[in-house]
Design a protein around this ligand. Sequence first.
Ligand code: ADP
Ligand code: MG
Length: 702
Amino acid sequence: MNLSAPISSIPRVGPAYEKKLHKLGIHTIRDMLFHFPRTYEDWSVITPIENVTEGKSWCVCGEILEIKQIRTYKKGMSFVNAVLQDTTGAIKVRWFNQPYLADTLKNQDKVCLAGKVMRDKEGIYLASPAFEKLKEGESPFEHLTHTGRIIPIYPETTGVSSRWIRSIIKMILAKHGKDIQEILPPRILQERGLSPLAPSLWSIHFPTSLQEAKHAEKRFAFEELFYILLFILSERKKIARVKAPVIPLDTDLMQRFTKKLKFQLTDDQKKSAWSILKDMEKPRPMNRLLQGDVGSGKTVVSAMAALSAVKQGYQVALLAPTEILAQQHFKTIAELLTPFKITIGLLTGKSDRFISPKLPHDYIEISQKKLLERIQANEIEMLVGTHSLITDKVKFDNLALVIVDEQHRFGIKQRAALLKRSTLIPHLLSMTATPIPRTLAMTIYGDLDLSLIAQMPKGRKQIITKVIAPEDRPKAYKTIEQEIEKGRQAFVICPRIERTEKTPPQLEIKTVKEEHERLSREVFPDLRLAMLHGKMPAKEKELAMRKFKAGKFDILVSTSVVEVGVDIPNATIMFIEGADRFGLAQLHQFRGRVGRGKHQSYCFLFSESANRTGIKRLRALEKSASGFELAETDLKLRGPGDFAGAKQWGMPDFAMQQLTNLQLVQEAREAAKQILEEDITLRTYPALQAKTQELRAKLHLE
Ligand code: ADP
Ligand code: MG
């Protein structure tokens, strides 16, 4: 059978079901088989009726007696009553609102029922149990699908129940199970102790023990990780064969650069810079991730790489995740590099500009057309912008280095697009403050070399972090006032921009617009407040930021747009509303917006609605100043979620869960390496070759 055939080619799936299944992401017969249970219910023990007790769930088998539909006068209510009898006793059964059961089940039918036993005035009864008819002469232990065994519970949608999915999958497996082609090489299965595909599919859908289901799940998770690693490692081998511009390390130039800085580089900054500069000396494209907590000083390290490349006559592109950050980088880079006579351009949505070496502290606004011409003519040596930098309209003359800030926000896809555009492949430096657990670093980021800035610049003060109880809100406002009196500034972060029709009115949630209004009028009438959110036009956003940075506002009420990178050393208070709505890593990013200067800083976390685990999560921030520790905590408390954009690989949830399983990742990596060492082209493994091509297509790398 062709597993790629549309799901509608199955007899029981008509157009109506087909549409609903699409909602679940099921298009082909294979998709159906890979629609894995989200959990299981254990109905494997069949209990004699005399032993069942109230308040618990049981599976019982016997004969149906006295089945009848009861009409009630209450609208939307109906019952089907029956009695189930086995050799040990009898029990009443009552189904609510399933009138058709009175026709489906007949007296003397042999059935298994599974459900909870309840009690009313007249005694105990089985409440709306799942049912399954037994055929005459059939042993109840074979052939059961919905009762009398461990049954799978699936992700469902309206009109597509787990019961229905169960029967369809069982039918496909029973009919075609033997024809399903194994993709993993037998040797790998053997060495890793994994079961073959067809039995694993049976085990994951219809296990005889939960252990069996786990074992099958491991196989499928291994498989997903294995394909991704196979793909990444083979790409890496390919890239190791292409040419990149050679950028000799000019130690004299680097020394002049560091001498001009107002501070001394930390050891980690020096080490990272060294690895980067050494990478760029090689004729192979660098692919390095510079990882360092918020405020650890990654920008200056990247500036050294940029300076190096430009001074060899090449161009450099710096990509920021947002326009605000692009503008900020533009200014920072200008300060760092104009002393070395470098022309720097800023390409954003609208107002484009560049800095010529003749006017280090000012810039010239030019049209985008002019800017693009200058880039193509290599008159702009370094270009800063958002992802708009990698559209086809920007043509570099000789791009040698691409720096990507907060790379997980950019798709692998865009990265590949950039890499495609010149004959010499540019070096790539990615920077992130998102701590990446080791397992992820090995898979998703498996093609990157890693540099870590683990230490903070000297003299940074610890940020005082506090979870504030609602009744202490006025005290916290008092602290803001005092800080502002001293000349400092504050951020107030709200989870939403404004209330919409969809926001339930009773929902306790702070919005930027309402909070800006309330604080200006009621709380800080004498202070200067500004607001910042994603729906504002770019020009206004920039203006608000610029004025705040220049000290023209005391308080900036903002959404999460200030999350990454924004550098305002005079701000000392970070006040976060609805803190439980954010992940720890994100909160840590917010906190990193203060404590960037010499002043003592504060981070106040509010949450009107957080429950106890929510508060516990927030307390982790009080205790830890390390983004790495917090990421681990988050991973434990909330699971991987869409950690670091892993979803763009199309990784199913069950495999995502396994991203925290270091041993499994390592095994998959070893297996992938082994196969590639044997045959880098994968020609001898056509099924694996097809899989890697599938991944490539998914990421649109072709
Ligand atoms: P991030 O790693 O979060 O991007 P930045 O590069 O924005 O951090 O640096 C944060 C601040 O620290 C900047 O104001 C920068 O000038 C300053 N800085 C960077 N390195 C050092 C250092 N070695 N000593 C003191 N300050 C530093
Ligand atoms: Mg930064």
